[in-house]
Design a protein around this ligand. Sequence first.
Ligand code: NAD
Length: 309
Amino acid sequence: MDATIIDGSAVSTRLRSRLERELATVRRSGGAPGLASFVVGDDYAAHAYERRLRKLADSVGCRFQAEQLPADIEPADALATIGKLNADPRVTGILVLRPLPPQLSEVQLYATLDPLKDVEAVHPVNAGLLARGTPRFVPSTPASCFWLLDDYFRRVERDPLTGLRGATVVVVGRSHNVGRPAVWLALDRGAVVIDCDEHASAAGRLGEFTRQADVLIVAAGVPGLVTGDMVGDGVIAIDVGINAVPDLATGGVRLVGDLDFDSVATRAEALTPVPGGVGPVTDVWLVRNAVLGAVLQQTDLAIGPWPGP
Ligand code: NAD
């Protein structure tokens, strides 16, 4: 089978044009979007992500600020920093980046966020709204998975609104920011949903479930976890994983996903590459959510959580 490679960079370029138009509309109605990142310690990937977001925000004219805190920060000081961002009218979206050091509770930090600035929908109220199908914010990574799927469906002349009804969507991974919200978004579209985490793998059952997928979303953070023998013919596979592995050719590192791309491509109808798949769309979506945050500060809503086609 000749699999279609879903080009996330091209989709992201189109989403970025839409973001620029939306930003102009929001500005005209008096909104002033600003994204703030919250990073603790010196994790390389978190800092690289923050730099990438700053570059994107700068290039579209969205204010960006980074709160960089030392790895040994006291929990009270970390919570106070969130409080400061909540109170700052220039900040309309707050992104808490992981990993967090052991003295900080992810759940407590999330619960401290102003729900109107919680662009990744990790505050219990926003997670609840998302889970019941009435999201305030659609978190950037799972949103990107479904935005890419919608785009692909349109290209093959399938209706994105109905394309997943009765289909089996298998999600591998169950984190608060990716796996769980991906499950909720799939449920909203009328899919039959199976979610697997590391225990399914430990039980030796992962392939049993992934082989059932019409659409497979993999977000485990394990390089090459899903191989060609673990998928059915004609699967549409979305690879969220970003893993740095040694590059034997250069002696450096290279990024790979959670799919074993070459073997899955022999069976798939379509799949996303890493890099160049989910990642570029996620970045734009996150900045868009900060723009939506600016809208939520106003009463007159100029844009909504899920844009039209
Ligand atoms: P996480 O570590 O918070 O969660 C991983 C989940 O995968 C957990 O539920 C865990 O139980 C499950 N898991 C781990 N090993 C497994 C296995 N062997 N079999 C089945 N399930 C397993 O990670 P996360 O934040 O959800 O991110 C997942 C991956 O996605 C990482 O590689 C991360 O870098 C990447 N990511 C990419 C983007 C993007 O824009 N492309 C955004 C966020 C995260």
